[in-house]
Write a protein that binds this ligand. Structure first.
Ligand code: AMP
Length: 361
């Protein structure tokens, strides 16, 4: 089996690492010469706008998937026509690439989410904030990630500055949610309709970047069923194949969908060591129509992202599973992660606290 991956970052790298033992061969497409996945798989180095590159990329491939959600929708559609199978569906990609169409899609399907409004001018913003109330978040509709392209508006006097900051970009205003916790669900649906769900996990962010995931999240008995219901609905509406991630805000007994990712996700990295089958392996199994692997949790697991620089002597820590992405350190850059398995959630929380201090992450 030969699978092509659009984008050659760490997600592609971890897909390759999961697929090689299954006998899968990979080709990744990334414009950057030193792409993380290109270090361990065949790479096509070309701009995504290069029409000649498409033929070269698809040649001999059985399946194509993607790790980068900003793959131009038109390119995804063209490639989907050139290969036997493309997953997750490019139509789903198109919906989630724009925060506004994504939220409209939630609304249409009665999935609870924060109030939102499309913004095209300063007047729009003034009207929307008056109607919605403050605080609110102004975000770019496309290409925002890790908290980039977002401005918090706390009071009326901050409206103009926020508008200026994102000037020239299509925007969406969202009501600021004071949530109890951020949770996410990694779910997977196979080509043959089989589904599987990992437990809800708790995500801790700083400056809009995911720092730590605790898996499973504590006390989620009722919430798990709610979250899976949303995933099933999305699977059906999107005619979905592959891993799908839903980020939620928890408010009491309620879950509000923040956003979905039609791909493997940072909050699922714990599954490499903490679950019987990783999200990466299950994504591939789903796409090629194999039976899905068990999502059973082996032990409570914490994932800590290594951001900006790499602490020394990580491997000398007992019981740490280290995953490096082969990237050059830069401020705010995700360079790798560690997974730690604990006897219990409590034991794990204590270890994470100690480690975070020690690692200064
Ligand atoms: P996003 O890029 O939309 O996932 O946002 C990154 C992070 O910003 C989220 O994980 C939250 O911590 C925070 N955030 C985003 N949207 C909201 C919101 N409507 N209310 C409160 N916090 C938010």
């Amino acid at each position: 089996v030969r699978i092509g991956i659009l984008g050659g970052g760490q997600l592609a790298r971890m897909l390759v690492l999961a697929g090689v033992p299954l006998g899968i061969q990979f080709r990744v497409w990334d414009p950057k010469k030193d792409a993380s996945a290109g270090q361990i798989a065949e790479q096509l180095t070309a701009e995504f706008s290069d029409p000649q590159a498409i033929k070269q990329f698809v040649s001999g491939l059985d399946f194509v998937t993607y790790e980068w959600e900003n793959v131009p929708a038109k390119l995804a559609e063209t490639i989907a026509q050139e290969v036997p199978a493309f997953f997750p569906p490019h139509s789903a990609l198109k919906i989630v690439q724009d925060r506004f169409t994504q939220k409209e899609f939630f609304k249409k399907n009665k999935i609870e989410t924060a109030d939102f409004s499309a913004i095209e001018s300063l007047d729009d913003l003034k009207n929307a904030t008056a109607k919605m109330g403050l605080p609110a978040l102004l975000k770019t509709r496309t290409e925002g990630y890790d908290g980039k392209g977002q401005v918090l508006i706390r009071k009326t006097s901050e409206i103009e500055a926020a508008s200026k900051k994102l000037f020239g970009k299509k925007q969406i205003l969202e009501k600021f949610i004071s949530f109890d916790r951020e949770l996410s669900l990694v779910a997977v649906r196979s080509k043959n309709g089989q589904t599987a769900f990992y437990p809800l996990v708790e995500n801790l962010h700083q400056e809009g970047i995911l720092r730590t995931t605790l898996a499973p999240a504590a006390s989620t008995k009722r919430l798990q069923a709610q979250a899976e219901k949303v995933a099933r609905l999305l699977f059906k509406e999107l005619n979905y194949v592959g891993v799908l991630t839903i980020e939620f805000f928890q408010q009491g007994s309620k879950l509000l969908a923040n956003e979905i990712a039609t791909r493997v996700h940072n909050s699922g990295h714990w599954t490499i060591d903490g679950a019987e089958t990783s999200q990466f392996e299950n994504h591939l199994r789903a796409g090629i129509g194999a039976a899905l692997g068990s999502t059973r949790v082996i032990k409570p697991t914490a994932m800590i992202n290594l951001i900006g620089n790499l602490p020394d002597q990580l491997l000398s820590e007992n019981g740490i599973h280290l995953h490096l992405y082969g990237k050059t350190p830069a401020p705010g850059r995700k360079l790798g992660h560690i997974n730690i398995l604990g006897k219990s959630l409590k034991d794990l929380q204590a270890r994470v606290k100690k480690l975070r201090g020690k690692l200064a992450v």
